[in-house]
Design a protein around this ligand. Sequence first.
Ligand code: ZN
Length: 338
Amino acid sequence: MARKTVVCRFQKPNKKKLEAVEREYRNTQKYLQGEDDVDLYSATKQQMDRRAGNEDNEQPLFIRNDSFEVVERDTDLTKYWVRVPVASVYGGVWIPIQPHTDIQSGWDIGDSMIVRKDHGFELHLVVKKEVEEQEEYDGALGVDLGLRKLATATECFCGSDTSSKTLCLGSSVENYFDKYFHLRRNCRDGYVRKRWDGKVADKTEDLCHQISRKIVDHAQENNLFIAVGDLEGIQDKDRGKRMNRKLHHFPHWKLRNYIRYKADWEGIRVVEVDEAYTSQTCSRCGEKGERNKGNFQCPECDYETDADKNASHNIGERGIGKLNASSDSEGCVTQPLV
Ligand SMILES: [Zn+2]
């Protein structure tokens, strides 16, 4: 079963309904702080009990899948409505919502949550569906997660030794993190710092969604599976204080998870490969080369290219090797791993 979250913004619900949701939301926070006698929908109380121990931060309002429903209605305001269970109104309140994508009727609805953002409430709707994984591919999209660019993805088609197109994604991220790191260090105002942290977290979240979407779409359009490094030891290497500090902020795990989630949803295979030496090995001849800043140079065959492109090409080739080794077919990448 593949799953994903559809973010649905609340669309100007009337004041009374909004107040009912606000009250419920406030009461969940009080409940988590240890106030037992607050008025809260019973199934929601159970959901919140499972979240105990996170009292320091504001928590979303968790709603069990059998306690709410989402329906499609032909109204001027919006296509979709959610019935939010609240203790104060029998049967809950109907709120118009705007999802970022259409909600298909065949999807199962899972336990979800209502989250408060600066611009208002959002329903984070968890949806699930059965997906049949694709079995045949023309090659791999090798993805290298790095520091200069968050992700570099290179097409590796079977039976062709030259790599094709390369996507460079999130190359502005280094400057962005740098800027806030320095601002933060020189600022004593805790409130301002917290706001900046929130901004950086939002930006990171956005970037991870955009980049993973591009990678999965590109793989799908070109009939490629996705190969990613295992990220083993990415934090262990001592790269000096400055680089280590940066690594700490880089959302490699998050990004890889998002790629996996989105690929699962489309039925596209993600193969994890050993990343060791992928950045030092020449993707053209296989010899050891030199990595100098953003550039890779091979003394053996004189190949010179972008270092991340070279690494992502190697990751893609390893992915193809791994997938083929596990299948007994003769052709390229025709069988999935068992
Ligand atoms: Zn070479």
